[in-house]
Design a binder for this molecule. Structure first.
Ligand SMILES: *[C@@H]1O[C@H](CO)[C@@H](O)[C@H](O)[C@H]1NC(C)=O
Ligand SMILES: *[C@@H]1O[C@H](CO)[C@@H](O)[C@H](O)[C@H]1NC(C)=O
Ligand SMILES: *[C@@H]1O[C@H](CO)[C@@H](O)[C@H](O)[C@H]1NC(C)=O
Ligand SMILES: *[C@@H]1O[C@H](CO)[C@@H](O)[C@H](O)[C@H]1NC(C)=O
Ligand SMILES: *[C@@H]1O[C@H](CO)[C@@H](O)[C@H](O)[C@H]1NC(C)=O
Ligand SMILES: *[C@@H]1O[C@H](CO)[C@@H](O)[C@H](O)[C@H]1NC(C)=O
Length: 633
């Protein structure tokens, strides 16, 4: 550690001495710069007013690109954008100012990915499943280059990094497994490695993670403002000593803002889990008692316990803000819809009555269940709720199977960031649910063929209104699984079902044994279909009534009541169901609407336009049928 610290200090020394020519801290030997179609931004420090010439030369010394830039005062920085380069290398990059020059060697062009988040992103290759195997394979990947930013916080936005844990390096067992929660991030490495294998391009990986940190700390003021959260950077939390910093914006300021001037290809993010037991930096060991005491839980920090129900604002806002900031900071070389992948929370406590994990997972999708979606375009998600690891030596909050996480991220990256249209990168998601009131069955139709790993009686729950509560969640056991459908029994719910949810638990299933997968082994993500007016707005509130006569009177009464309280419930006549995400070829399914009175038919027709406008939303609704003789015959 000490030796590294010294090296880093030496490397950074010129940056602080005014006027001396240098590259910014995160440009170094062995680095990967972003390849075409973007140009790589290169910047550094110099004597204000002086001209800096930047030359990129090939192995033979041939100059390939030459750029000049004037050092701006008073910041003393110069910036250039290299011409878009094909992948490959090695190149030398020389900056000259008068008689001074600095040269970086062994530079490659490829794709640069930023990996950020909490302790699950900081977990190193040393800590994961099959660590020795993974570390031994390191030297097979000399064209992947790794760089780790040191944990740092700041009250103000910094121009350059203050400290680096690992300067740009060729991977070795030592620098991939430097210790626990140091460097190098296993999720980042495994993703980078599979990107390299899939693309054949050099890959640059930048790790920027700190255990036990809430999203607020990674957010600029703009994000906090957009979500109505306090921006007070002076506030200290009562549990600050227990985890990473929680003060708003401090990590954005010190660890992200300095990197904005770098051209990137994508971002991977793993954040949201509770912050304790993240033996990252400055964390004294915690007793089991401290961790399980109710007062501790009540005041937990990162986002399964802090501002959980704002995460559906903070996360989409952070993504949008980082995109804008990286695009602007890189002279528009980083694309405005920078691909952004993330890991949906895994598991923590096997038995927990608290649903904050389930809510956070849902909010990670902006309450829409799958990504990309309208609020989170160009994003992708690795579902991880089936990769729990109760006996992880780092605590169950830190599952060791990061290979499957990275594999699921890779599929999303290939589909979303690299445009592989045919690739299945999402698990099965319901396209609709049909409630058969008279038989007490709910049939859920999925977007993909289902593989049932586990016939679990706990996985599905229905929201059942009762006198006591407008929504009581009752188990709805699976009675049949078809190739794309699941039939649930509603024996417990004697009134109308107003909502449906799946895998809504902190620890929903055993390792790789959630109930539903697709044939690619991707789990069906958790979902919440909610028709209840008090529920979420985006998840699908419309009810569709199929004609029938002898409908349960109670159900109808419940519906009427619902209609009064929620103007958003629409009675449709005919509307094509939208293709499910990732299933462009699915034929539209025509459905019939309520037509038991002309008044209602008119009402339905008049609402059709509005509903059609909402049909940009690809998310399912609960359809309700009242199948019995009557009008139909
Ligand atoms: C860089 O500076 C060294 C002296 O410090 C000099 O020998 C070398 O020729 C210079 N290189 C270039 C490309 O100007
Ligand atoms: C990492 O943590 C594990 C489990 O607690 C421990 O056995 C190991 O010694 C630690 N390794 C280092 C390098 O600290
Ligand atoms: C976020 O979720 C909460 C709780 O479910 C809800 O009240 C709020 O309207 C949601 N906000 C957004 C922006 O979706
Ligand atoms: C880096 O980007 C920021 C934000 O756009 C900008 O203010 C700053 O001038 C840039 N720095 C350099 C050296 O180009
Ligand atoms: C660990 O390695 C074994 C043997 O190669 C393999 O079967 C297993 O899937 C690996 N585990 C993970 C999590 O990758
Ligand atoms: C629901 O599924 C069951 C079989 O699981 C089937 O008998 C029934 O007809 C289905 N109902 C509807 C409305 O599709």
């Amino acid at each position: 550690m000490a030796a590294w610290a010294l090296l880093v200090l030496l490397a950074l020394a010129p940056a602080v001495a005014g006027g001396v020519l240098s590259f910014a801290s995160y440009y170094g030997d062995h680095m990967v710069l972003q390849q075409k179609p973007s140009g790589a931004v290169v910047w550094g420090h110099g004597e204000p007013g002086a001209m800096v010439t930047l030359t990129l030369s090939g192995a033979s010394g041939l100059i390939i690109v030459e750029k000049t830039a004037q050092v701006k005062g008073p910041s003393g920085t110069w910036t250039t954008v290299l011409d878009p380069m094909d992948r490959g290398g090695p190149y030398a990059l020389t900056a000259e100012q008068g008689l001074e020059n600095v040269t970086l060697q062994d530079i490659y062009f490829g794709d640069v990915w930023l990996c950020s988040g909490q302790s699950n992103m900081a977990m190193t290759v040393l800590q994961v499943a099959n660590a020795s195997q993974e570390l031994a394979a390191a030297t097979r990947y000399p064209y992947i280059r790794i760089f780790a930013v040191a944990p740092a916080r700041s009250e103000v936005e910094l121009e350059d990094l203050e400290q680096i844990d690992l300067p740009w390096s060729i991977p070795t067992a030592e620098n991939l497994g430097h210790g626990n929660f140091t460097y190098f991030s296993a999720v980042c490495w495994l993703l980078g490695r599979s990107l390299y294998e899939a693309l054949g391009s050099p890959i640059g990986l930048v790790e920027v993670a700190w255990g036990g940190t809430p999203i607020e700390a990674w957010s600029s003021r703009r994000v906090l403002q957009a979500c109505g959260l306090p921006e007070d950077t002076g506030s200290t939390s009562p549990h600050q000593h227990l985890s990473g910093p929680q003060t708003p914006s401090v990590l954005w300021n010190a660890m992200i803002h300095p990197l904005l001037n770098m051209t990137l290809r994508g971002v991977a993010w793993y954040q949201g889990e509770p912050p304790f037991l993240s033996p990252g930096v400055e964390q004294p060991p915690l007793s089991h008692r401290a961790l399980t005491s109710p007062s501790f839980w009540g005041t937990g920090e990162a986002n399964a316990f802090l501002n959980t129900d704002q995460y559906n604002c903070t996360f989409p806002a952070l993504i949008a803000d980082w995109r804008w900031a990286f695009h602007t900071g890189s002279a528009r070389q980083t694309e405005p819809l920078l691909p952004f992948g993330f890991v949906q929370l895994s598991t923590y406590r096997r038995r927990s009555a608290d649903d904050s994990f389930a809510r956070l997972r849902w909010h990670q999708t902006a309450d829409l269940g799958v990504v990309p979606n309208a609020r989170m375009p160009s994003t992708f998600m690795a579902v991880a709720m089936d990769l729990g690891d109760e006996h992880s030596p780092y605590g169950s909050i830190h599952p060791r199977d990061k290979q499957n996480v990275a594999h699921r991220l890779l599929l999303g990256a290939m589909a979303v960031a690299y445009g592989d249209k045919g690739l299945v990168f999402q698990g099965p998601y319901p396209t609709r649910a049909i409630l058969e009131v008279t038989r007490g069955l709910l049939n859920v139709t999925y977007s993909q063929e289902l593989i049932c790993h586990q016939r679990d009686a706990q996985a599905f729950e229905v929201c059942c209104p009762s006198q006591a509560s407008p929504c009581q969640w009752l188990l709805a056991p699976v009675v049949a699984v078809g190739s794309r459908t699941v039939t649930l029994a509603l024996s417990g719910c004697r009134t109308l079902v107003l909502g449906l949810r799946y895998a809504w638990a902190e620890w929903p299933c055993e390792y790789q044994a959630c109930p539903l997968y697709n044939s690619q082994g991707l789990p069906a993500p958790p979902f919440l279909l909610d028709t209840h007016p008090a529920g979420n707005a985006a998840g699908g509130r419309e009810l569709l009534l199929l004609p029938g006569s002898m409908a349960s009177l109670r159900a109808l009464t419940a519906l009427r009541r619902l209609k009064e309280v929620s103007s958003e419930i629409a009675l449709l006549t005919a509307q094509r169901a939208d293709p499910a995400p990732g299933q462009p070829g699915r034929p539209p399914s025509p459905v019939m609407g309520w037509s038991s009175s002309s008044e209602q038919a008119e009402a339905a027709a008049s609402r059709r336009y509005r509903v059609t406008a909402r049909s940009a939303c690809r998310f399912p609704r609960i359809f309700i049928t009242f199948p019995s003789s009557g009008h139909r015959r």
